[in-house]
Write a protein that binds this ligand. Structure first.
Ligand code: UT7
Length: 315
């Protein structure tokens, strides 16, 4: 497949580190030095699905396609107010899309999982034009009393449109199932046989362990994928890495021995927006005109699961 359109949408409310330090025992200095984040967009009076619809329409506009041209719609979403139907149906109703659609919940690497699925549908002859939207609201997953998690996240949506082509050079997905390092749990309704005795658990993260996993998953995943597709790291124009922590990105630069200016960073303005992080970064760089035809772009993301994935594209 080939990406022919990108789009993104962000909540209008910007929350700075100083604003957080008004009600949390934290500081701009701690957040900036430990994460590289200075502000993030947080949903206030918007609806998540409207951000998803906006990102999707922007990607369709750039692609020059209408909703009637799309054969498959894949949405990556971790939480929303809609348990069922999925966010794909909720967004499709807004934009008037009626092709087959489904949601995936693969946490932060969701965009790469979705690319892999789009390519598989295309190769199976089941879809030619695919819309992917990553629509995330992690600020509703954390406890805003927990300084170790709520300062890290921001909300937003990123989308791409893919069509026939030979530009996805390879994808590599990996799972190391471990559900205790990064999770959120919701208690379901009581039944005559189960009493709802427990409480919901907001997002919990063993930060240092996830940090180590992230650096290892990214460096090994990217190196082995590049070997598989026969592309040297020196020939990669851009490494688009999940924006979870600037220090993770710096460690990847050190381990992989690649020039820092080939890893675009926007975490300072967004925080970690889960699976929306990669397509938002892709859209921002694309709209700045950073990509030239023929550029090799590597995408890499990691997160809850523990899942990780990498993709190599030719622009
Ligand atoms: O997208 C999913 C993938 N997620 C990630 O990749 C996140 C990976 N992990 C990380 O990015 C980092 O581990 C964190 C940013 C989450 C934490 O940074 P750290 O350098 O690993 O800090 P730490 O958790 O070891 O905490 C150091 C200290 C602790 O205090 P003590 O115990 O040393 O007294 C924390 O209580 O920093 C304290 N702390 C804070 N202080 C001020 C934790 N959060 C804050 C805060 N403000 N917001």
């Amino acid at each position: 497949m080939r990406i022919i359109g990108t789009g993104s949408a962000l909540p209008k409310k910007i929350v700075t580190n100083e604003m957080l330090s008004e009600f949390l025992d934290t500081s701009d200095e701690w957040i900036t030095t430990r994460t590289g984040i200075t502000s993030r967009h947080v949903i206030s009076d918007e609806r998540l699905e409207d951000l998803g619809a906006e990102a999707a329409m922007k990607a369709l506009d750039m692609a020059g396609l209408g909703v009637e041209d799309i054969d498959l719609f894949i949405v990556s979403n971790v939480v929303s107010e809609h348990i069922t139907p999925g966010m794909s149906c909720v967004v499709a109703e807004i934009i008037g899309l009626n092709c087959p659609m489904f949601d995936i919940n693969c946490a932060c690497p969701g965009f790469i999982y979705a690319l892999d699925m789009a390519e598989a549908y295309y190769k199976a002859g089941k879809a030619k034009n695919v819309l992917i939207a990553c629509i995330e609201e992690p600020t509703r997953m954390t406890s805003w009393q927990d300084r170790s998690t709520c300062v890290l996240f921001g909300d937003g949506a990123g989308a791409v449109v893919l069509t026939a082509g030979d530009n996805i050079k390879g994808t590599k997905l990996k799972a190391q199932p471990d559900t205790d390092k990064l999770f959120m749990r919701r208690v379901l309704e009581s039944t005559p046989y189960i009493n709802k005795a427990e409480s919901d658990i907001p997002l919990q993260m063993r930060g240092r362990e996830v940090f180590r996993f992230a650096v290892e998953a990214c460096t090994h995943g990217v190196k082995s994928l590049l070997d598989e597709v026969g592309i040297k790291k020196e020939d990669v124009s851009w490494f688009m890495v999940h924006q979870a922590n600037k220090r993770i990105i710096d460690s990847i630069i050190d381990f992989m021995q690649v020039p820092a200016d080939r890893l675009p960073v926007n975490i300072q303005d967004h925080g970690n927006s889960s699976s929306a992080s990669c397509p938002i970064l892709l859209d921002e760089c694309n709209r700045k005109g950073m990509f030239k035809e023929g550029d090799i772009i590597v995408l890499s993301a990691f997160g809850a699961g523990l899942l990780s994935g990498a993709a190599v594209l030719e622009w």
